[in-house]
Design a protein around this ligand. Sequence first.
Ligand SMILES: Cc1cc2nc3c(=O)[nH]c(=O)nc-3n(C[C@H](O)[C@H](O)[C@H](O)COP(=O)(O)OP(=O)(O)OC[C@H]3O[C@@H](n4cnc5c(N)ncnc54)[C@H](O)[C@@H]3O)c2cc1C
Length: 490
Amino acid sequence: MIVSRAPDSIHPFLRDASNLDGGAAEAVWLPQTEQEVIQVITTARQQGKRLTISGGRTGLVGGAVPTGAENGWILSTERIRPEPVIDVANLSITVGAGIRLFELREAAAKQNLFLPPDPTEPTCTVGGMVATNASGAHTFRYGATRQWVQQLCVVLASGQRLRLNRGEVIANGTTAELSTLEGSTIRLKFSDLPIPSIKNASGYFLKSGMDLVDLFIGMEGTLGVVTSVTFRLIPIPNARLGGVVFFRELQPLLRCASEIRSRSRNPNARLNSNILEFADWNALQLVREKFPAIPDDAFGGGIWIEQNLGSDDDAQILEEWMELFQRHEAMMEESWFGEHEQELARMRELRHAIPSSVYEFLTANGQTKIGSDMAVPESGFEELYSFYRQQFADSGLATVTYGHLGDCHLHANILLDGSHQLPQAKLVYDSFVAKAIELGGTVSAEHGIGKLKRRYLRQMLGSHAIESMRQAKQTLDPDELLGAGTLFEF
Ligand SMILES: Cc1cc2nc3c(=O)[nH]c(=O)nc-3n(C[C@H](O)[C@H](O)[C@H](O)COP(=O)(O)OP(=O)(O)OC[C@H]3O[C@@H](n4cnc5c(N)ncnc54)[C@H](O)[C@@H]3O)c2cc1C
């Protein structure tokens, strides 16, 4: 097994995409197998070292950055990469935790299958996806990572192993028993958390009668090391219509989005989008150089849509889309529509370029990410977004907003070019959190809590719920070996 102790080899593991400062570790361990993971955990216990689990380090909240404990170690999963195994008959794929999302996609595509959850950054690992319950554009139609996990292999902080198949270990009310492969039984007692019934990645999933596989989805490296995952897959649609549709004004765009949302949720409607993504004018400006086909008067922003085709209704579906966009004053001539894979890929590239450019900007300016990840129920969305815009306008800060409009979940980012703006940016961000909570929302819909959003988690869930999470942590990791400083204050 590779162990790196040289500062130069450790250095790249001290940052994720949040740009959180202050990471420090004595060593990075790179196990390749489950047995080697157990070996790292056992050695860490013997030597009194804490472990931070690191996947692709594309996380946006510092979960993979070891800032929680002095002299700890990093356990990187990036070499846990046995060949993916596809079960075509059962539509599933089993992958090692270190497999990157794009590699999983390539393997599945060879069998004409795909995994719907699609966090915008394809270099994330599947272990990281599970640990953060990642989601993306397709979540609008297909749900988050949680809905697609069939089996998890997890090594616990004790070095014992769990194999959890969905549907097999169900809590009896708020108590549950987990049997390890080594033959011991772990008894878990918890209280229900007030989990909002919207897209959510804020804290543990603790719910009466829950499936125990769900406890390890979204646990952010604090309850065990995920070594292998089996996902359900679905067939790649025969044909798809994609579109990036630009608007001169915001209000018609929002009205159009609202109609797409409700028609897509109606099982009898012909018009039915898999995605409903958004970028505001500032976000489009940020990537204009790379994408000169963005119209220079799309002041209202742009939305992304995608609908499966391949039925007798295709012509009618196209007509309905065009009628909808025209009625809502979209820039029909300048918008992008296409059905070829190359055209769809270009649309995805544009969407990916926006968060990437935000990351590049912040890295160039040495700043930590301050960007919202809150989602709210549909009834509160317009109020929240109008609050964001008002606060941004009053603050005079440089901002870009984009994200998952279909799920009422936007990333409103502040582009700090110097630390002098930090106190003001934090105040603005705090006001966003308070507003989202007031509207029944979640403080993290997909990036997780990590080290950057702990106090917001407490603000959202309350002390009682945090205590319930702590009890679960205490049961599974009593010595706090894993993920120090993530989710909980250390
Ligand atoms: C440009 C860009 C766009 C993004 N867009 C999205 C998006 O649309 N949706 C979204 O959900 N996220 C998005 N992200 C965030 C990020 O890609 C996801 O959070 C991703 O799931 C993190 O995976 P990772 O392998 O990089 O994990 P890391 O960053 O390495 O780790 C994340 C957390 O998971 C834990 N962890 C990692 N692997 C394991 C494991 N095997 N076992 C136990 N714990 C583990 C870590 O300890 C840490 O707490 C984006 C990031 C970037 C840079």
